[in-house]
Design a protein around this ligand. Sequence first.
Ligand SMILES: Nc1ncnc2c1ncn2[C@@H]1O[C@H](COP(=O)(O)OP(=O)(O)O)[C@@H](O)[C@H]1O
Ligand SMILES: [Mg+2]
Length: 178
Amino acid sequence: MQNFVWAEEMVVIAICGTPGTGKSSLAEKFRSLGFEVVHLTEFVVRNELYQGYDKKRGSYIIDEDRMINALKIVFRDSENVVVEGLGAEILPKDIVDMCIVLTCQPFVLEQRLLERGYGQEKIDENLDAERFGVILADVMANYDKSKIIIIDTTYREMDEIFEDICNELARRGIIGKA
Ligand SMILES: Nc1ncnc2c1ncn2[C@@H]1O[C@H](COP(=O)(O)OP(=O)(O)O)[C@@H](O)[C@H]1O
Ligand SMILES: [Mg+2]
């Protein structure tokens, strides 16, 4: 892979997508380049930034305002940050430089979620969310199209996906090529 140099100004990148599309795996690639990584679910739970717990879904209900305020404090002391996970699609557009949306065809997404041990009901709910482009719609409603990169991960290796993204970030002037 070609060498890339990061912008001198702080960069905030949001990684969005239905569970299983590869957000956490992609974030780790950015970490290897010196980015600080915020896994939102973990961040919300650790800092108790939730309004309650949805027993049926088995997930916390994010307190969006408190989550955003807590993130702003993290960003103040950071260089380059990647924020990944459910909730990244609603971050204020003025604090995000680029939003990457990962997608995956439902047939393959189902295999990934089965391997993760999700129950059928939770799998079906996520497959429908992916079919209907729920996260993608939220991203498109929130961020300007100049800030959105959409990547289909279905039959691609993460290294290849990451290289594509770096090239696209360079093309848009977020990072430079060494
Ligand atoms: N491009 C890919 N090709 C094959 N498997 C992948 C790919 N991206 C992610 N996976 C696998 O799918 C599962 C979910 O990936 P993960 O990064 O945890 O997704 P997310 O954080 O979006 O839920 C993991 O087991 C991961 O290894
Ligand atoms: Mg994840």
